[in-house]
Ligand binder design. Structure first.
Ligand code: SF4
Length: 369
């Protein structure tokens, strides 16, 4: 359990609590019995480092993390200047605030940065990922943060909330005092629903995507079993609404299957743990160019500029194909030639190991989920 959160609900998963009231308690149960899903991911770890840097901590970032962090800071700071227009303001960063109900802590939220005067507060939430965030107007996490700020800065008459994202820009919503009061009532209702002993479960791709209870949730497993049994009996539906329903179910199913694999992969951190026939197999070796500016200069001798520009993502596979076409080389020869041209500029890296069957054959009599 995260001590700072005291095992109580927090703002960040609020949208999923609104969608599935049972999630909060079941996640706690999953945590208690050591069956939590989504414990961490490289993307989440990178996001944590970027947030720490933005909060002023001395953190060593990778080149791409440093670019993301600098862009987010520049965008966010520009918004602060725009909103306060030369007025003096104060700032707080990365602080956890609490909402009390009946005199007891009931919910907390940690904001990235809040800038405020006596009358106005601007809450900014930096988003580092590539998944499009819910816009500020519909963002449940920001609704909770707006209320927490209003409760903790009682002189403010308006709270502005902003999502600050690299790929998706800025979205903004404004909460007047009456809107803050309505939001408070909504939050209190959701809190009551998620703490109820019979809080219902409502599986959906949005609710289940980051749910830590995925591995033990019967409602989700029942949703997964539906399409599996129907697929045994009939052809795939062609009509739009049924196809959409099936695809939603498949997304939920895919998330569960991925987490089952991650769960067992995590078990291999214990060197004494074994699964017959399975092991963490080394990841594929990938090539990366260390200096694209120099590489491009060298490649321009062989591939014309237009074609190089077409592979703007600088995929070595695409460049190899273009080189093969130009020099009339087969795939393997093109690879060798490219390695010669870019000698000293290519670095080999190994992808993370993954859980795979390495011996014997799968014996599938039935699949129980
Ligand atoms: S897996 Fe889905 S249905 Fe189950 S608790 Fe989590 S969000 Fe709710």
């Amino acid at each position: 359990m995260d001590d700072e959160r005291k095992g109580l609900p927090t703002a960040s998963p609020w949208a999923s609590y609104e969608l599935c009231a049972g999630k909060f308690q079941l996640e706690q149960e999953a945590n208690r019995i050591g069956q939590s899903a989504h414990v961490s991911s490289p993307e989440a770890d990178s996001g944590t480092r970027i947030h720490a840097w933005l909060a002023g901590e001395k953190i060593e970032l990778t080149e791409s993390e440093a670019t993301t962090a600098a862009n987010l800071k520049e965008r966010g700071d520009w918004q602060v200047e725009r909103i306060f227009e030369g007025q003096e303001y104060k700032q707080l960063r990365e602080k956890r605030l609490w909402l009390n109900l009946d005199g007891k802590p009931a919910l907390s939220g940690r904001f990235d940065v809040v800038s405020y005067t006596n009358d106005l507060a601007l809450v900014q939430d930096y988003k580092c990922g590539f998944r499009e965030p819910d816009p500020a107007e519909q963002n449940a996490q920001l609704k909770v943060l707006a209320v927490l700020i209003a409760l903790n800065l009682p002189t403010v008459k308006e709270v502005i909330v902003q999502i600050v994202s690299g790929p998706y820009g800025i979205t903004e919503a404004r909460y007047s005092l009456s809107e803050l009061s309505a939001a408070y009532e909504e939050i209190a209702r959701t809190l009551k629903a998620i703490n109820a002993p019979d809080a219902p479960f409502s599986p959906s791709p949005e609710a289940c995507r980051h749910c830590g209870a995925k591995l033990i949730c019967q409602a989700l497993k029942d949703t997964v079993i539906g399409p599996l049994t129907r697929l045994q009996m009939s052809a795939l539906p062609a009509d739009g609404p049924r196809a959409a329903k099936l695809l939603d179910e498949v997304e939920i199913m895919a998330g569960l299957l991925k987490e089952i694999k991650k769960f067992y992969a995590g078990k291999f951190e214990d060197p004494t743990y074994t699964i017959p026939g399975y092991a963490m197999a080394p990841g594929a070796t990938v090539r990366e160019v260390t200096n694209w500016h120099v590489a491009r200069k060298r490649l321009e001798e062989f591939i014309d500029e237009k074609e190089l520009a077409a592979s703007e993502t600088y995929s070595l596979g695409d460049i190899e194909k273009a080189l093969g076409r130009k020099l009339k080389l087969k795939a393997k020869e093109a690879k060798v030639r490219l390695n010669e041209i870019l000698a000293g500029l290519i670095e080999e890296k190994q992808n993370s190991p993954s859980l795979r069957r390495v011996r014997g054959e799968a014996k599938l009599a039935s699949l129980e989920v």
